[in-house]
Design a protein around this ligand. Sequence first.
Ligand code: SF4
Length: 320
Amino acid sequence: MVELAKKSRSEDGSVRFVWRLEGGHEVESVLFRTTPTSFIQPAAQCGERRLDLPSGAVVCISSQAGCNVGCRFCATGLQPMRKNLSAEEISAQVFAAAREEGISGGIRVVFAGMGEPMLNYEPVRDAALRLAGHDDIRNVAISTMGIVPAIRRLAAEAPTVDLYVSLHAATDPLRTTLVPLNRKYPIEAVLAAATEFATSTGRRVDISYLLLRGINDSAGDARELAALLDPDLFTVKVLLWNEVAGLPFERVPDEHAVLFADWLADQGQPAYVIPSKARDVDAGCGQMITTEPSATRLRRVTSEFPRIDLGPVSVREGTR
Ligand code: SF4
């Protein structure tokens, strides 16, 4: 169902898999491990307020070969979508990765690899339900840019699955420049659907927020983000951008990501930072690509985001 085409191991122990599918298309998965100390939480979130974040093996899997959503910071978005994976091809990535690494039991699965899972809804739902019901799987989460009707369906049809919503900006004008899908599903509509998901399933929703230096990383951005969110329903997961050749963005220092989470916590919004994994084998968040990038798509991003000189990195930057 999926055939191993390539396997590489990161210095941090994560493993990148490239799978060949029937028809010759390739997709990636990454297997990594987290421990209670993998995540960084704001100092204000201690004692009873400390988030209980799970540890163990995580397999991040793909649902499409390529992606047409076109998020400007993402390598997969530079690869035109050529195939929606079947439910079997999706779930097979988990079992094949676990078999390769001799892991049985306690596996967490995240649909955050190549593709927008909610644009391949039925196979993703079926695979997620099958995985969630398997003895070796502890937890399944689907990450989406915010396909509103699909979030509503998921709440009704797969309430045992967790939801991650990628926001990456706190205002519509900024989010539209980073995630063009925002024109169709703006922030208010996405958060309304995520709120319905959280209330109907009783599951907190993680809001993913990828920091891009000088673009969405200021104290003002944190304040605006916190003002949008209900702290009883949402947790913000702060992510660091992993370099993609040809894309004009800059990564913030790790310390700045912690500061951003602190700003959120100061507003009463639970947050935590996920340090990058598998970055040295190009399998970090946003780095997955299995063909040459489309020159047209690359040109579009570099014309929309001309490089500006942000100067040397400073830990205390972004307090504007
Ligand atoms: S972030 Fe996800 S939805 Fe956006 S282009 Fe990349 S793979 Fe597609």
